[in-house]
Ligand binder design. Structure first.
Ligand code: G3I
Length: 397
């Protein structure tokens, strides 16, 4: 079964390799790849370059540039917040579909694919749900049924309109949590046990037979010690391996890609290796929430270029590492930035001691930063034999 599927993809790949070896023709004008969008350049490799979208910014009539860039620069969009449970069902039984529908319509109008984010996460849950569990008015059995209903309702509503769903998000702890030995963490594991993960994928598949179903997490861009007790990537790898062995319909692993210039981070080969190792389990891969933040020292805030420039350079290098690794591995289907401009990034609101920012590919005035140009050049100067068209798996039954 697998062989036939991957062979079909191979035939498409051969045709696309031929296309990649030519420079696109333009009517009379020399072809200028730098004038192309990230989205268009990604599609030359079958790679969807996308962004998370902030619906408040998209609807802000005083901020037309946000809407323009969101509509034109990217091949794919993700809801930054409006498909999360607290946003979709703020009061029990009453779904508020408006903003999520609006994003799906926006994507359709702009011929963009949609990454659905997120069906199961321990954050941004409605208060009625968490308080009901806390005060005992919602039993564990009822909670499981509520989760099944939520996944089914949401996945069915957007059936056929979502390319990839983040089915389960951030289920695994970090070494700085208590206890430090990596484990399944958060509301769902605490209340239902880790079996909710397999359940969630099965329920999502039953509701939407065609979407690619992803597990999504941060700090899994490269392997560490290889010991699942402290190496999160290894822990997730083992989890996915087990789920696949059990026949659970998991199609992909998304590495979020929230990096910071103050950390050591990884080189392209380390990231490539991680993507390849996940691929060996038969799943697709993706970078789902890329941004690279920096500490906003007093000098940075005062506009001191000697402090700003090294941060912009380090940020660009890290954006580029993830892009090159993604290009190098054919299972890597998409590269999504978590917001594209510094004026609408989640980072300053989240990291304030010390303050952090400068995390995206455009500055606050929508001027492309070094990171934008570097990932664009990665897309332009890539091709056979080391960068080949994407190979997507068929959704697993
Ligand atoms: O909804 C309220 C609104 O009513 C109020 O006016 C406003 C005032 O600050 O707050 C609004 O809620 C905020 C919400 O975003 C919607 O804008 C929350 O305070 C804020 O905490 C929340 O942050 C989001 C965060 O997830 C929450 O965990 C970020 O925007 C969003 O970028 C971030 O995204 C996550 C991914 O889903 C999963 N991976 C990590 C990533 C970054 O944390």
């Amino acid at each position: 079964m697998k062989v036939r599927r991957w062979m079909t993809a191979g035939a498409v790949a051969v045709a696309t390799v031929a296309a990649l070896n030519t420079v696109p023709a333009t009517a009379g004008k020399p072809y200028d790849p730098t004038a192309q969008t990230l989205g268009a350049l990604g599609l030359r490799h079958g790679l969807q370059v996308g962004t998370a979208v902030n619906m408040d910014a998209l609807n802000d009539a005083d901020d037309p540039q946000y809407r323009k860039i969101a509509a034109t620069e990217f091949a794919s969009v993700t809801a930054e917040n409006v498909m999360k449970w607290e946003s979709l069902e703020p009061t029990r039984g009453n779904y508020n579909w408006g903003p999520a529908d609006q994003l799906v319509d926006f994507a359709k109008r702009n011929r963009q694919s949609v990454r659905g984010h997120v069906l199961v996460w321990h954050n941004q849950l409605p208060a009625w749900l968490t308080s009901g569990v806390a005060d005992g008015s919602i039993s564990k059995q009822e909670l499981r049924e509520l989760l099944r209903k939520h996944i089914t309702t949401v996945a069915k509503r957007y059936k056929g309109k979502i390319w990839q769903w983040d089915v389960v998000n951030e289920a695994v702890s970090d070494p700085w949590d208590t206890p430090p030995t990596l484990h399944y963490k958060g509301f769902w594991a605490e209340n239902l046990g880790p079996g909710y993960i397999a359940d969630a994928f099965r329920w999502a598949r039953a509701a939407d037979p065609k979407a690619l179903l992803f597990y999504n997490d941060y700090n899994i861009e490269a392997f560490g010690s290889g010991n699942p007790a402290d190496d999160k990537t290894q822990f997730v790898y083992d989890m996915v391996k087990k789920l696949r062995a059990q026949g659970v319909p998991i199609d992909g692993v998304g590495a979020q890609g929230h990096l910071g210039t103050q950390y050591g981070n990884f080189n392209t080969f380390q990231v490539t290796e991680a993507l390849k190792k996940f691929t060996s389990l038969g799943v697709a891969t993706a970078f789902t929430e890329v941004d690279v933040r920096s500490q906003m020292t007093e000098g940075v805030q005062a506009g001191n270029s000697e402090e700003i420039n090294p941060r912009l350079q380090a940020s660009a290098a890290n954006f580029s590492v993830l892009m090159k690794a993604c290009l190098a591995v054919r299972s890597c289907l998409s590269y999504t930035v978590w917001g594209f401009s510094d004026n609408h990034s989640w980072v300053p609101g989240w990291f304030d001691d010390p303050p952090e920012g400068l995390a995206t590919i455009y500055d606050e005035n929508y001027q492309p930063k070094l990171a934008y140009h570097e990932i664009k050049s990665d897309l332009i100067f890539a091709g056979p034999p080391f960068v080949l068209p994407r190979l997507a798996p068929k959704p697993r039954r």
